[in-house]
Design a protein around this ligand. Structure first.
Ligand code: SAH
Length: 351
């Protein structure tokens, strides 16, 4: 028997080819694509305008991914919801739903675990398990839309995983997410965050998408960055800035720098000065994130007065800067912690 195909990861064109190869008319592919990407069905039997006989054929040829919500936490402070989903193979991923004035935003995971090893991040502590398929990335948004009953207008790929380490699936996912035959989310409302894999940043630039690229910078010198992020041993800040410039020149989209502030490590006025020098030539937007402490590491948030002083210095130099609002502060710690805690509980060990 042929290996079954993940139907939700097929673009509309690919689906059309599969369906016509099976001897059906091309318009069936349109109907099926709508059921999957507009009605978010989780079984072929829900596709009521498709003949039973052909549905049975589809069940043999394809499989349909589905996520099982294992845990949902809702913040009493701001309505943020954190979802722990189970994948078909039992692996777990986290996604976050945030309500803003301008619409609902979902933060998705791109991998099960991560192999980048950033020192302050909970998602990487157990390494990489596997990549997520385009369907499993879409599923996080589809399931949340069904569970909340509200439309998602913004997507940020900032959950567990390094999206550039799962590049081909990421690209298919973005194309399908922003396709008019699917959720039709504007490319401008999609942000992809990377720890800085230079060749992939350049490859993405060539795609000339209108998405926002966010670079997790976190330090202004190579020495300091190496202490926080192993990827800094591979690519220097100079190479990163060149890749950012290239991205801007190809897409016209300004880069965002994420800067997680850690007490005593990267929070001085000297750091702010150096950050200004890096951001200015690119017109980069800076997102300051007071580090979210994880129990396995001894990183602390700077005093809020330090964060404010840092922000003011940037603003005085006409750098566009925001302090990331801590959404859902009451429901969990850093991203990756929910999955980790659940895993530990199942294994019967203390977290
Ligand atoms: N791998 C990608 C995307 C996932 S992490 C990347 O590195 O960008 C999303 C953002 O959250 C990154 O900027 C990451 O460095 C940051 N982050 C991870 N753990 C954090 C923590 N405990 N406190 C503050 N920021 C954290």
């Amino acid at each position: 028997m042929l290996e079954q195909i993940d139907i939700k990861s097929l673009t509309k064109e690919q689906l059309k080819k599969e369906i016509t190869d099976m001897g059906e008319k091309a318009f069936r592919a349109n109907q099926i694509y709508d059921w999957i990407h507009k009605s978010f069905v989780s079984s072929f039997d829900e596709m009521t305008n498709i003949k039973k006989e052909f549905r049975e054929k589809c069940k043999e040829r394809f499989f349909l991914t589905n996520l099982e919500p294992i845990q949902v936490q809702t913040s009493k402070l701001d309505g943020t919801k954190k979802f722990l989903f189970q994948l078909a193979d039992g692996n777990l991923v986290e996604s976050v739903w945030m309500k803003y004035k301008h619409g609902n935003s979902v933060c998705i995971s791109s991998q099960v675990g991560c192999r980048m090893g950033c020192k302050f991040c909970a998602s990487t502590l157990d390494g990489l398990e596997r990549n997520l398929s385009p369907s499993e990335m879409l599923d996080q948004i589809y399931k949340i839309t069904l569970l909340t009953g509200e439309r998602v207008s913004n997507v940020v790929v900032m959950g567990t995983g390094e999206p550039m380490d799962n590049y081909d699936n990421l690209l298919t996912f973005i194309r399908m997410l922003t396709d008019e035959n699917g959720l039709n989310i504007s490319q401008r409302n999609v942000t992809v965050s990377t720890c800085g894999i230079v060749p992939k940043m350049k490859e993405l630039a060539e795609e000339k998408l209108q998405i926002t690229l966010a670079l997790s910078l976190h330090a202004t010198t190579d020495e300091k960055r190496k202490k926080l992020m192993p990827i800094a041993n591979r690519y220097s800040i100079k190479e990163l800035m060149e890749a950012c410039e290239y991205y801007f020149s190809k897409t016209g989209r300004r880069i965002t720098f994420e800067y997680s502030m850690v007490a005593g490590i990267n929070d001085t006025s000297q750091d702010a000065r150096e950050l200004i020098d890096l951001a200015k030539p690119l017109g980069a937007h800076i997102n300051l994130i007071p580090v979210n402490p994880i129990s396995e590491r001894d990183f602390k948030q700077p005093d809020i007065s330090f964060v404010e002083a840092f922000k003011n210095k940037l603003e005085k130099n006409r750098i566009n800067v925001t302090i990331r609002r801590e959404m859902g502060r009451d429901i969990d710690g850093a991203c990756g912690q929910l999955r980790r805690r659940h895993k530990k509980e199942k294994e019967g060990t203390q977290c």
